[in-house]
Design a protein around this ligand. Structure first.
Ligand SMILES: Cc1cc2nc3c(=O)[nH]c(=O)nc-3n(C[C@H](O)[C@H](O)[C@H](O)COP(=O)(O)OP(=O)(O)OC[C@H]3O[C@@H](n4cnc5c(N)ncnc54)[C@H](O)[C@@H]3O)c2cc1C
Length: 409
């Protein structure tokens, strides 16, 4: 019995494999290609993806080889967004050919202990109450693998998506007659029982803004720890379903943004040219407009829905909080565990289970949104699960206990 089978060893599948291994789950990647495609599609790695790579301790090799570009365009407009103003240690996009990105991700997956089988194609699947039977063909012919779950990371023509009967609604390509089109589609469900979809298998769009690979890696970062906890039997009810709840709207936003950019790139009429000129001027002259667009494109603005009355930071991505002279949040996240931060100045964290790291920061973070926070729980994917400004130490401790208890069964 394989615990998780991933169909597709592109960037999404390779990153997901490493994330599942971080959670201690055996994983097998089946990839059709015997050798990696030497022809790159993606070049641009955005700041949030750089942050994600940093939270797993693998960013340095990407930075060493890539070219840093401090500004970006939206839909080919002349006015360029300044990435330098973004609140991130990596205020730039990194240009690195996709073939090399995949090579580095595959090395990371192998080092984490993922089994990556090249020359193996998923051809179908059947589901039952206990698991999934994955049909595949490899160098020795047809075979079947049993798994708890299968994740389709097998690109826009996903066999997994079709075999599971998951709709892929959207629009067909219109004006574009190149090897890739401007069709825009999103899977109706990112999870159906024991079948999940991530990356291009879940969303398809014109490659405007250089974001597809980035969103795939971020899908996998959201899914990895949830699926690992589910397979291990420690996940609270509903955790795996929250993958769809959180990432499906991000897919909608992705299609909106890439369609808008495609429209701008095609705006050849006099009115269209005026629209381009106006937006370009706004980007060049209104810093808040430019910054907001850059936060959006870079995925630093991605926020997941939070229950009513929760602290306003809940669901937001946590920036790289400086916690002491020797450590910061991204470093603590390298273990792939939840991180409970204590800003009270008193070393009295509640007793915590092993999947939680506790850390007493030596001072509150100076960022306005964080300066009054007294404790916070950060998820393995770097988003805020809980935060509190509660002044009473005992009440705060009780709140933290509830938040920690909600992370596991
Ligand atoms: C011209 C162009 C430029 C782009 N530029 C950028 C950019 O700058 N930045 C960016 O972020 N994105 C960019 N993209 C998008 C990016 O290339 C994709 O979003 C990214 O490759 C998606 O990764 P993935 O792993 O989800 O899917 P894929 O890269 O499609 O990988 C899927 C893998 O699954 C394998 N596979 C398929 N079917 C099966 C099966 N049945 N069994 C087993 N294996 C299977 C395939 O061989 C493949 O290796 C660009 C795309 C294009 C076309």
């Amino acid at each position: 019995m394989e615990h998780v089978v991933i169909a597709g060893g592109g960037p999404t599948g390779l990153w997901l494999a490493a994330e599942l291994r971080l959670g201690g789950i055996p994983v097998t990647v089946l990839e059709t290609r015997r050798k990696r495609d030497p022809h790159s599609k993606a070049l641009t790695i955005h700041p949030r993806t750089l942050e994600v790579l940093a939270t797993r301790g693998v960013l340095e090799r990407f930075l060493a080889e890539g070219r840093r570009i401090p500004s970006g365009h939206f839909g080919g407009l002349d006015g360029r967004m300044d990435f330098g103003v973004l609140d991130t240690p990596y205020p730039f996009t990194l240009a690195l050919p996709q073939a090399r990105t995949e090579e580095l991700l595959e090395e990371h997956g192998n080092a984490a202990g993922a089994q990556i089988r090249r020359g193996h194609q998923v051809t179908g699947l059947t589901k039952d109450e206990d698991g999934v039977s994955v049909e595949a063909t490899g160098p020795d012919g047809l075979y079947t693998l049993r798994a708890d779950y299968i994740v389709g990371c097998d690109g826009t023509r996903s066999t997994v998506r079709e075999a599971a009967g998951i709709d892929f609604p959207g629009n067909d390509a219109t004006t574009w007659l190149s090897r890739f089109g401007n069709a825009a589609r999103r899977a109706a469900e990112y999870r159906r029982g024991r079948v999940l979809l991530a990356g291009d298998a879940a969303h398809m769009h014109y490659p405007a803004g250089g974001v597809g690979l980035n969103v795939g890696v971020q899908d996998a970062t959201n899914l990895g720890w949830k699926l690992a906890a589910t397979v291990a039997g420690t996940a609270p009810a509903g955790l795996l379903d929250s993958y769809h709840t959180e990432r499906h709207p991000v897919g909608a936003d992705l299609l909106l943004s890439t369609r808008a950019q495609t429209a701008l790139m095609n705006a050849f009429s006099a009115e269209g040219q005026d629209l381009r000129a106006l937006l370009s001027q706004l980007i060049s002259t209104v810093p808040e407009f430019s910054r907001s667009l850059a936060e959006h494109l870079s995925a630093l603005a991605v926020t997941y829905p939070a229950p009513a009355h929760h602290h306003p930071l809940t669901g937001h991505r946590a920036p790289n909080l400086e916690l002491s002279d020797s450590t910061d949040l991204f470093t603590l996240l390298r273990t792939g565990r939840h991180v409970l931060l204590n800003f009270t100045g008193t070393p009295a964290p509640p007793s915590t289970p092993p999947h939680i790291i506790t850390h007493a920061a030596h001072r509150p973070d100076p960022r306005p949104a964080w300066s009054t926070v007294r404790a916070a729980l950060i998820r393995p994917d770097g988003h805020v699960a809980w935060a509190s400004e509660q002044p009473d130490a005992e009440v705060l401790r009780a709140e933290a206990h509830v938040a920690v208890s909600a992370t596991h069964r």
